[in-house]
Design a protein around this ligand. Structure first.
Ligand code: HEM
Length: 390
């Protein structure tokens, strides 16, 4: 089979975007021989079609490229509707905008503590010292974990985050199993002492019923584990990418610092420009033809959200940062269809507060102080961003 692009070739922070621009022009339904072979949808319209037609494009066979073989099934992402729906229903209300708003003071105080340490040392790697730590501490609060559980999860979660993004399979496996153990301990505790279902994800999952029956316990464990993974990796990468962009554009950095009221709109545009995912996948149940190319049934298809969000057919001047986009609702940063991110309100809040606090903590500006280390498939963005403050 033809190889239209090679995700295993050396990359820097910008090179995948240049390659995806080429593929959008020349070969929008691209094939790669990496990881046993997979297809990649580069255009916005094709990505939307696959994401919204869940009868034809299923996730239960392979939900991500490359396939992670050693972990168990984790709802809702690894299941198709209608099986995935009760898991989503149990957690989504706890991630709704009005529910997550109460975490803003906590997100701000965690951000201030972590950024305060960076200020004291004149900068540092924003991913290592801030963005790989903040989201997991927020997750701990959202999950109502006890202080000792939080401390353990913060440590293992951070190691897992780094292991996944650096393709360290042994460390990923080891930390993944530990995270499962911790999720099991939380479920056991909530079974013994349930919390109100409108305030606690584990209790809500335990209280859910399908045809009068509780959800299987191992699948509840898998759901908690799933939220943990998707909820910490994307924010880590996003904040790294925002820091790269603002280091390169000092004028924009200063403008946003002087106008904190723009933080919300800027967050949305950063999410479009640096969409952190390119490897969420589907498998077609029958042969499908997209953009004139036929994908045989049964082969993995990556929905390259990061490429769709820079599609010039949808976003004018798509590779530039602009605060005046009339069609931001077309952004697929959080996906579309039945698997669309239920954590988007929490993610937006974390990104906005992180941006506001980073700018407020660096009144004399920040700039790059070394090489950026990019992430690899299935994420896209920055894994290490050394910064110098002031
Ligand atoms: C910048 C941050 C984030 C981005 C860009 C992001 C993006 C996404 C995307 C694109 C999907 C769809 C996957 C697919 O189409 O297969 C997704 C799913 C999901 N996200 Fe997020 N996410 C972020 C943060 C979060 C957070 C903070 C949480 C929870 C606290 C979360 C929970 C989930 C869950 C549970 C799913 C699976 C939903 C399902 O399968 O029905 N995400 N996310």
């Amino acid at each position: 089979m033809s190889q239209d692009f090679d995700p295993l070739a050396p990359e820097d922070f910008d090179s995948p975007h240049a390659d995806y621009a080429r593929l959008r022009r020349e070969c929008p339904v691209a094939h790669s021989n990496a990881w046993g072979g997979f297809w990649a949808l580069m255009k916005h319209a094709d990505v939307i079609r696959a994401a919204t037609d869940s009868d034809t494009y299923i996730t239960s066979k392979q939900n991500v490229v490359p396939k992670v073989a050693f972990t168990g099934r984790r709802p809702p992402l690894h299941l198709d509707p209608p099986e995935h729906t009760p898991y989503r229903r149990a957690i989504s209300p706890l991630l709704a905008p009005q529910r997550v708003a109460r975490f803003e003071p906590e997100i701000r105080s965690i951000s201030r503590e972590l950024l305060g340490r960076m200020v004291a040392q004149g900068g540092g790697d924003i991913c290592e010292e801030f963005s790989s730590r903040m989201p997991i501490r927020v997750f701990n609060a959202w999950m109502n974990l006890l202080p000792e559980q939080s401390a353990q999860l913060a440590e293992v979660g951070r190691r897992y985050n780094v292991a996944v993004q650096s393709n360290d399979e042994a460390a990923t496996k080891e930390t993944s199993l530990k995270l499962y153990e911790m999720a099991r301990a939380v479920i056991a505790e909530r079974k013994a002492r349930p919390l109100p279902v409108d305030q606690d994800a584990a209790s809500s999952l335990l209280a859910a019923r399908v045809d009068g029956q509780p959800l299987p316990e191992e699948m509840i464990v898998g759901t908690i584990r799933q939220v943990l993974v998707v909820g910490i990796i994307a924010p880590t990468v996003m904040i790294g990418s925002i820091a790269v962009h603002l280091s390169r554009d000092q004028e924009l950095q200063q403008h946003l610092r002087e106008h904190p009221e723009l933080a919300e709109a800027a967050t949305e545009e950063f999410l479009r420009l640096y969409t952190p995912y390119r490897g969420f996948a589907r498998t077609a149940v029958s042969d499908v033809t997209l953009n004139g190319r036929t994908i045989p049934a049964g082969e993995p298809i990556a929905l390259v959200y990061a490429s769709a969000n820079r599609d010039e057919d949808v976003f004018e001047d798509a590779s530039s940062f602009r605060l005046d986009r009339p069609n931001m609702k077309e952004s697929v940063a959080f996906g579309r269809g039945p698997h669309m991110c239920p954590g988007a309100p929490m993610a937006r809040l974390q990104m906005r507060v992180a941006l506001e606090e980073l700018l407020a903590h660096t009144p004399r500006g920040f700039s790059l102080a070394g090489d950026i280390v990019p992430t690899r498939f299935p994420e896209i963005g920055a894994l290490r961003v050394p910064l110098k403050f002031g």
